[in-house]
Design a protein around this ligand. Structure first.
Ligand SMILES: [Zn+2]
Length: 357
């Protein structure tokens, strides 16, 4: 078996190494510095020159199936799909657990359309016909805002809730649907608009409910807890419930999305407009812009970074803070609090929910 001494000669660009083999002796690799030559060799072509003259190695064009290197777009898509699949698997486990763990989830006994094949269960709000007692039971258990109302206000709240539910179509993107979904989600809208005359947000016919984060694939791929698009308000049920499970942390995706919807109904669709809301929004914007700039400075952290993305997000998050951290908002930005109070005609700091009759 022949033995070789292999000299590795570095070219100037250091990207390739030329090897020079001397037969005999013992197998050995010697790495030479630039301009250093193997012993017994007086001249060696300039390595860079040599590299250029060496015919390209006989490498087969890689077969795409075997050596295909995905571009960044494909990598992102693969990761997104992988995460999506994980979410689906996790979601299935969680919803199953939730259904057995707690009586709070009670299946709706309302007929659903296309039960077997459809990717979602549809409930037509005008067919739900919840009784006052059913609504009150759910609200008392899960909706702190309702408990803070007077008896007269509770009656008014229920009346509005009936109307709101009846005006919407609920699409539940899961195998099971619960009556808490239409009731509590509609209650968030009624809470936000309780001081306004117009509260039905008729542009938004559809409420889509996802078990948890859902994926948006247009524009860019991302996971959402909620959003408003076209004629739909879309919500992650898990995050919606978290919003009301902790009613004092300033995070409530239900209020957040309906704030977007209310703005859209008023200033984009411009139909079924609550005139008081429309006419006082400027005042909120004036104070809000100052706070928006101030919150961008270090040391101000009532709002999340996300709220400072643009003024729409600032508005939506303002409603969350107004209802859930009214004392903090009033202390940090009293004029903004007053503007919100006039705009929504409610005063959560003093636990006063105005009722428009
Ligand atoms: Zn938002």
């Amino acid at each position: 078996m022949p033995f070789d001494t292999t000299y590795h000669i570095a070219p100037t660009d250091k990207t390739t190494i030329v090897t020079y083999k001397v037969s005999g002796g013992k197998d050995i690799d010697i790495y030479l510095d630039k301009d250093e030559l193997p012993p017994g060799i007086d001249s060696f072509p300039n390595v860079d020159e040599l590299l250029r003259t060496i015919p390209l190695p006989d490498i087969e064009q890689p077969k795409k199936e075997e050596h295909y290197i995905p571009g960044p777009g494909m990598v992102i898509a693969f990761i997104a799909i992988f995460i999506f699949v994980l979410f689906r698997i996790k979601r299935n486990f969680e919803t199953e657990e939730e259904g057995t763990r707690d009586n709070f989830v009670q299946s709706l006994s309302v007929k659903s359309s296309n039960k077997k094949q459809s990717a979602y269960i549809t409930y037509y709000g005008d067919e739900l016909n919840f009784s006052d007692k059913e609504l009150t039971n759910v609200l008392t258990k899960r909706f702190p805002y309702f408990n803070s109302l007077s008896q007269i206000q509770k009656a008014r709240f229920l009346e509005r809730l009936h109307h709101f539910i009846a005006s919407k179509i609920f699409k539940i993107h899961d195998k099971a649907a619960y009556k808490e979904m239409p009731i509590l989600i509609s209650a968030a809208a009624v809470q936000l608009t309780f001081g306004l005359k117009k509260y039905l947000l008729p542009n938004f016919d559809f409420i889509h409910v996802y078990p948890q984060e859902f994926m948006r694939v247009n524009e860019s791929i991302c996971f959402l807890e909620g959003n408003v698009s076209g004629h739909s308000v879309n919500l992650s049920w898990k995050h919606f419930l978290q919003g009301y499970a902790n009613p004092v942390n300033g995070q409530n995706v239900g209020l957040h999305e309906f704030a977007h919807a209310l703005y859209y109904q008023t200033f984009v669709v411009e139909e079924n407009v609550d005139h008081s809301f429309r006419d006082t929004f400027d005042d909120f914007s004036n104070h809000g812009n100052k706070v928006f700039n101030q919150e961008a400075q270090p040391g101000s952290d009532l709002y999340s970074d996300y709220a400072l993305k643009n003024f729409q997000e600032f508005w939506a998050e303002s409603t969350e803070i107004f209802f859930e951290k009214p004392a903090a908002m009033k202390a940090a930005y009293p004029q903004l609090y007053d503007a919100m109070q006039s705009l929504l005609n409610q005063d959560p700091f003093n636990r006063i929910a105005s009722v428009i009759t």
